[in-house]
Design a protein around this ligand. Structure first.
Ligand code: SF4
Length: 381
């Protein structure tokens, strides 16, 4: 079942960072300044190469993620955006986000972003306490977040997100509430709250493997999550997805497109795409990516077609992430199958366990379901 909408998102991956954070398993590398220029050239070439696919489509969102895109000079971002504008149909109000690290933003970059048509910033604060930032291997100090936000606001950016993390070892509830209150004092309209996960292959993963990972308290971690929803809620933020909260009209369109199973094209090393009922990904090998694009070839390492059955399963899992839930009747007409009947027993069991609630034809996670979302999702795989 394909998306009927002509709207798509573009994701552009910038895989360079000043230093590798200890919890990070994203495809990103510290240093490698020599690769920046050829990489940007490759991304620009890939934007041109894939443009034929999207000839009839409108680009409603662009997300420059990483890595640390704000590490690159503003002129590099301008070149990427020029290529996007040249080869794709952007709207006057295409939501265009760049991820930034507080330690890397300055006036020149912000000016260049404005000129390039970037209208949203996503800034990784993570925590307000310098000892926690240091523990996680972040390059910046907490105060640089405030400075970055105020500087961005002076340059006319009003649509700003902060990423913050809870469930960090040694993080207390007071620390967490202080982080939340600092974010609120910056008057920004969007926040993403993530629970720290320990991934294999990271520095933290190694500590876990060696049995010396200081496991944080699980109950405290859940209390922090609920506290964030409550405190941001009182301040006028609406929780619209498990980890995301926004003031009215400031939901992230790019991510909403993912959760609603809209189509998107990814550019750059390891970038994923979902287009014409297929999911595909570029190689995570930087050299191979650049060589393939240079030769005019697709840099793909994975490609799979999504069956109708898989598409429905994805719609359930992604849609349940949204607090407004899923309209099962709507889904039934999209997939031409009786979804209520198909999942009736599973949904009844989940409702019995107080993980989901059914209201007419709409199913959504309960508060308890938000805490144990993976137990719900696994039912629809
Ligand atoms: S800045 Fe972001 S992408 Fe880079 S290492 Fe840290 S968490 Fe990973």
């Amino acid at each position: 079942m394909g998306a009927a909408s002509p709207d798509i998102g573009l994701y552009i991956h910038i895989p360079f960072c000043a230093r590798k954070c200890r919890y990070c398993d994203f495809v990103s590398w510290p240093g490698m300044e020599d690769a920046w220029e050829p990489y940007i050239n490759a991304v620009i070439k890939e934007l041109e190469q894939k443009s034929e696919m999207a000839r009839q489509r409108r680009v409603v969102s662009i997300f420059l993620g990483g890595g640390t895109p704000s590490l690159l000079p503003g002129s590099a971002i301008q070149r990427i955006m020029e290529a996007a504008r040249k080869h794709y149909s952007l709207l006057p109000d295409t939501e265009t986000t760049i991820e930034a690290n507080p330690g890397t933003l300055d006036h020149d970059r912000l000016r260049a972003y404005r000129e390039a048509g970037i209208n949203r910033l996503s800034i990784g604060l993570q925590a307000w306490q310098n000892h926690l930032l240091e523990f996680m291997g972040r390059i910046h100090k907490a105060s640089e977040f405030d400075e970055a936000v105020f500087m961005a606001q002076d340059h006319g950016f009003s649509n700003i997100n902060a990423d913050i993390i809870f469930g960090i070892p040694y993080q207390t509830m007071e620390d967490w509430l202080e982080t939340i209150s600092r974010v609120l004092s910056c008057q920004i309209p969007h926040v993403s709250c993530y629970s720290l996960t320990v991934e294999e292959g990271t520095r933290f993963g190694k500590l876990k493997q060696e049995g010396i990972w200081p496991e944080p308290d699980e109950d405290l971690e859940r209390e922090m999550y609920r506290a964030a929803i409550d405190v941001f809620g009182e301040a006028g933020f609406e929780q619209y997805e498990i980890s995301n909260m926004a003031k009215p009209h400031y939901r992230c369109r790019h991510n909403m497109n993912y959760w609603l199973r809209g189509e998107y094209l990814g550019f750059g090393v390891a970038a994923h795409s979902f287009f014409n009922q297929a999911r595909f990904a570029n190689t995570p090998d930087l050299r191979l990516y650049m060589e393939s694009v240079e030769r005019g070839n697709a840099a793909l390492s994975e490609y799979y077609y999504i069956s109708n059955e898989e598409a429905l399963s994805e719609s359930m899992i992604l849609g349940l992430r949204l607090t407004e839930g899923i309209d099962l009747d709507e889904l039934s007409s999209v997939y031409r199958t009786d979804v209520r009947k198909k999942y009736g027993k599973k949904l009844a069991d989940l409702a019995e366990r107080e993980l989901v609630e059914l209201n007419g034809s709409v199913v959504r996670l309960t508060k308890r379901g938000m805490d144990f979302a993976n137990q719900v999702f696994v039912e629809f795989i």
